[in-house]
Write a new protein. Sequence first.
Lengths: 53, 404
Amino acid sequence: MEKWECTACGYIYDPDVGDPEHDIPPGTPFESLPDDWTCPQCGVGKEFFQKID
Amino acid sequence: MKAIILGNGVAGAMTAKTLRELDSSTEIMIISQEKYPYYPRPNLIDFLAGDLPLNRIFAFPADWAEKQKIEVRLGQEVTALDPARKAVEVDRTGWVQGDKIVLATGASPLLPGIPGIERKGAFSLRTLDDAVSLLEFLAGGPEVVILGGGLLGLEIARAILKRGLKQVTVVEYFNRLLPRQLDEIGARLLQSQLEKMGLRFLLGKEAVEISGKETVSQVRFKDGSFLSAGAVVIASGIKPRLELASKAGLAANRGVLVDDYLQTSQPGIYAAGDVSEHRGRIYGLIPAAFDQARVVAYNLAGQEKKYEGTVPANTLKVAGIFLTSAGQILPEGEGFEVLSRLDEEQGLYKKLVLKDGQLVGAIWLGSKKGSVEITRLVQARKNPGPYKSDLLTDDFDFSRLNNL
């Protein structure tokens, strides 16, 4: 699955890892994250994320 | 319990956010010298480049603090700290008392002690106000000289170039760019790529004066040479803001000293982010500020947590150039093994540093592919076993390491 990078702080969202601290289980694709999910590292919204290959 | 957080950068804001996630009842107050709500500082680069409008640099929605029941006092300066009472004086007037205090006051730009840095046209970039005034000044289209060829200096240079300014020169004291993140081969390759974009470089030069009448007109160097400059941006490092802590008698070296719980020499007073010095180290990096903020929040919430350090990992935020540098990229001492691959034509350079078989450092220049994976391997000190040379190839399948 595709990884996404926070353009503000460089945090990588990896679907294989998820964001368990914020109740996002491993296996959750970026597209399925809730709209109010924010970068766990710097707090910006999903619109700051860019797909990486 | 009431926690007072001094500073509203990534360390302060993320301490507050994490603490609220852990504990819905603790009173949380943030006091911030800047008059703007929280924004991650790297957004200033995108703002400067014209890629991000001013109203979009802020991380949280306008009603965030209210919804989170966090009291945020903007544009207020903490002028004194009473460690015994856990109280802070605001704007030299009233005192606010809490139960715990978090110092997240960050750092200021390290300014060289040379004449002329106060001159009109000399800038540094740390706050949104800095970015706004630099941008206004750049509208006149000056020749720009940037003092400092580190990450921030290069990102600023590229952002200014993107604004359409033609003459942007980066001056570095070392004889290569990014001395902390790159070795000589990598730095040379990066430099030629940046030169193709239109940046100019002067290496191994020490500025001794920013001269001019009212406004800057020249940067003079130790060897007697000079460069004409309509604007100078100083990006030669950061200096933790110690005044408050030192005045209050907190132990400090270059930064405010903290133990593994990120507590300062005064019980109940913690420090996180650029202001803090942990095991002799001041990171000055967002991932470290965040890791520390998290640990502080857990400790404030009564869930004891230790900070074990952060493996520095950097990516350069310059469009079109991919650079990742993680861990120890310049081995010093014995027991190291270095593997590398250079392809100048493709602009590709990869380097791995191993110690006793474990990956402890990596440079990944010119390719985004594998950069996330290699950073993780360095952070985990993974032993790549028989695959160590294969890691350098273009299409290495990192899942092969899972079975080791």
